[in-house]
Design a protein around this ligand. Structure first.
Ligand SMILES: *Cc1c(COP(=O)(O)O)cnc(C)c1O
Length: 429
């Protein structure tokens, strides 16, 4: 068959292809649900674009101060409508997700305030933003303190510890939707909503920020629809649809967004400045594609969960579990396993397939990290990519795929690399 030959040219054995097809057959219902979700979110995005009268003029962009930037203002209204918020800040001047989160925090907090995380440690790079790990310019240096309550051993919220942790100085509650590099589960919008109701009952005027990275469009609703004052994310992840070359967003209450705009630019210079240069078309078009790119990513994630889970690897989430982000983790319990997996993902890439990923020390991260990414946009993890810190359980965090077919190729090739390294036996397939 033609497909066998095509896969064979990538070095993939017929047995691996057959194993993939067998597993795929068992995923039909799940894929059907993803398609329905995609349809819902695609309509949501188109409706927001129509309501705000997106037109060709919106793609023109501005230079210099960026006054009267129709495209930028319209795009921010589109985001606000999609996230059902009063306002949004969507800018190329926001470097990445970490910057967007730092901006949301630094602009809405003042010396003496406390941040509280009711869901355990935040994402690695936020530890330096907050000052959990000392860093220049951290919130800790400005006299902003931090508290946290860990999840209970069954991964439910520790309501007692949360009640004890919130005090008169608590100004902002940070909730990370996705798991990041932790082994905890990803939170559903419903769970986040329950948590927000609980903390707002204890302290009605507390601000809630949700780190929405990797979560956008994986459900019918977003955390901003269940009480979050701000949702924050990166445009080189889900909402950029693979086309946005940089950027970040904060969507939320007008007051919070105004603070963020003043901090991003300068006191006195708020949302009305900030040139969009040439990026607007990619922001719009990427947003338009985002539901379908997320669909491809979800299919890839569940396919990997099924293939590796059925071979006895610990996978999270499991193929059958509901998903609230695009991340899949697979634990290899050996450096060789993690490396082989990443090599397979790299070898399937349209860009840089000829390079071999090796672990290195990355700014913002504690342990050496191995990363596989052959992306059109440097570092874009909405494109098929895998990474993992070199520490037990040697778990690969795998995400993205602009198309399902590419994700499938990457996963089959990763499995082939494990077979080649004798970490998986062909007879087990
Ligand atoms: C990726 C990510 C971040 C940081 O985003 P960058 O764009 O890499 O700076 C923060 N939180 C979570 C949960 C993430 O997945």
């Amino acid at each position: 068959m033609m497909t066998y030959d095509a896969y064979k040219s990538f070095g993939i054995d017929a047995a691996v292809v057959d194993y993939g097809e067998k597993k795929l057959n068992e995923l039909k219902d799940t894929f059907g649900r993803f398609d329905a979700l995609c349809e819902h979110n695609q309509l949501k995005v188109i409706a927001a674009m129509q309501k705000n009268k997106v037109s060709a003029e919106c793609f023109a962009g501005t230079t210099g101060y960026g006054y009267n930037d129709l495209g930028r203002e319209t795009l921010e209204s589109v985001y606000a409508d999609i996230f059902r918020t009063e306002s949004a800040l969507v800018r190329p001047q926001i470097t990445c997700g970490t910057h967007a989160l730092a901006l949301a925090l630094m602009s809405n907090l003042r010396p003496g305030d406390e941040i509280f995380s009711p869901v355990g440690r935040p994402y690695d790079t936020l530890e330096e933003v907050i000052g959990i790990r000392p860093s220049k310019g951290s919130l800790a240096e400005y006299g902003i303190t931090y508290g946290q309550a860990d999840l209970l051993s069954d991964e439910s919220f520790d309501y007692d510890a949360i009640r004890r942790g919130i005090n008169e100085r608590t100004r902002l509650i940070t909730i990370q939707r996705s798991r990041g590099y932790a082994t905890r589960k990803t939170l559903s919008v419903k769970e986040i909503g329950e948590l927000i109701s609980f903390v707002k009952k204890i302290k009605p005027d507390v601000l809630v920020m949700v780190d929405n990275c990797y979560g956008e469009f994986t459900e019918m609703t977003e955390p901003s629809e269940c009480g979050a004052d701000m949702v924050v994310g990166s445009l080189i992840k889900n909402p950029g649809g693979g086309l946005a070359p940089l950027g970040g967003y904060i969507a939320g209450r007008s007051e919070c967004i105004e603070q963020a705009a003043y901090r991003l630019n300068a006191p006195g210079l708020g949302k009305e400045v900030g040139a969009s240069l040439e990026v607007l078309r990619s922001f719009y078009q990427g947003l338009f594609l985002a539901p379908s790119v997320v669909n491809a990513s979800l299919k890839g994630a569940v396919f990997a969960a099924k293939l590796y889970g059925d071979l006895g690897f610990y996978v999270s989430p499991k193929a059958k579990q509901e998903r609230h982000d695009i991340i899949q983790s697979i634990a290899f319990h050996s450096p060789e396993g993690l490396k082989a997996f990443c090599e397979g993902i790299q070898a399937a890439a349209p860009v840089d397939a000829h390079v071999t990923p090796i672990p290195w020390d990355m700014p913002g991260y504690d342990d050496p990290v191995i990363m596989a990414a052959g992306a059109f946009i440097s570092g874009a993890s909405i494109e098929l990519s895998a990474d993992g810190p070199m520490r037990e359980p040697y778990a690969a965090y795998f995400q993205g795929g602009l198309t399902w077919q590419h994700a499938k190729l990457g996963i089959l090739l990763s499995l082939q690399k494990l077979v080649n390294a004798d970490l998986v036996k062909l007879s087990d397939l």
